[in-house]
Design a protein around this ligand. Sequence first.
Ligand code: ATP
Length: 308
Amino acid sequence: IFQLSLPLNFLGTIYRELRQNLIDMDVLFTLQSENAPVQDKLGAQPLALKGGSIRFENVNFGYHPDRPIFRNMTFTIPAGKKVAIVGPSGCGKSTVFRLLFRFYDPSSGRIFIDDQDIQDVQIESLRKSIGVVPQDTPLFHSDIMHNVRYGRLDATDEEVKAATIQASVHDTIMSLPDGYKTTVGERGLMISGGEKQRLAIARVLLKDPPILFFDEATSALDAHTESEIMKSINSTLLDSGRTSIFIAHRLRTVVEADVLIVLRGGQVIEQGTHEELLRLGGLYHDMWVQQASSDNVSESTTQSELAS
Ligand code: ATP
């Protein structure tokens, strides 16, 4: 989560500074190169998107050389499919996203989008093609209109509103003291995790990327908020046939995925639909049984708390 929000926060700072003309371009680029070790190859071409298929091929990667996270990891995500990445905490689910976005490059192996090695394409065109709904959405110290418009800077007020309506957050915004002019972010009005995530969905709707990453919040949202968020995602982001990848912590949110990819020990150890993996009786099955029993425990605890 820290890794994911850092670069986005950083972009947010750039955006804010640029808007306020506070820093000059030289400073900006120095800052940027320090924060972005990965750079375009000479002669890199823009990514030519077709359907948005993704392939990891024998990828090796570790944040530190003596601690590998991925070992010859290989998997394919077909264009237009909804895929969930699951596995124990720390197995590298969010790292998949960081490599695809090229915050880091693998030490060996290759990653392809529509058969193009992402190391051969322009980073800007790569990142433009991928939308992210992060666990913890960075909000800038600015009003809500600006915060959502960050998804596409030339969007009109009407387009921003259409996106927030689709993301089921318009009514909430209208109930705030200054509506779309309410200041949020650092020192601004506090809004809930669920509302933040819906603002992120609205941002992504404006960006309209062919590939979408959804990083499910680890901190448990209440069951109602969680199901509202899943509903707005399913009805808006997934309708359009884009490739979508869910990093899932709660398995019940992804049972309908076309494919679940199970990671452990730096490799894909199981892959299939929810039913297929349950039948397999392996790690996914065990995680499912374990989560189902802890869900029951917490539900019965709530019931008994209510009763007392
Ligand atoms: P969770 O389910 O807990 O969110 P995850 O499966 O998404 O975890 P990652 O965030 O991808 O796991 O991290 C994989 C491993 O890499 C973890 O052991 C983590 O501690 C480590 N890690 C992540 N970021 C860094 C970093 N910047 N430097 C060093 N190690 C890191």
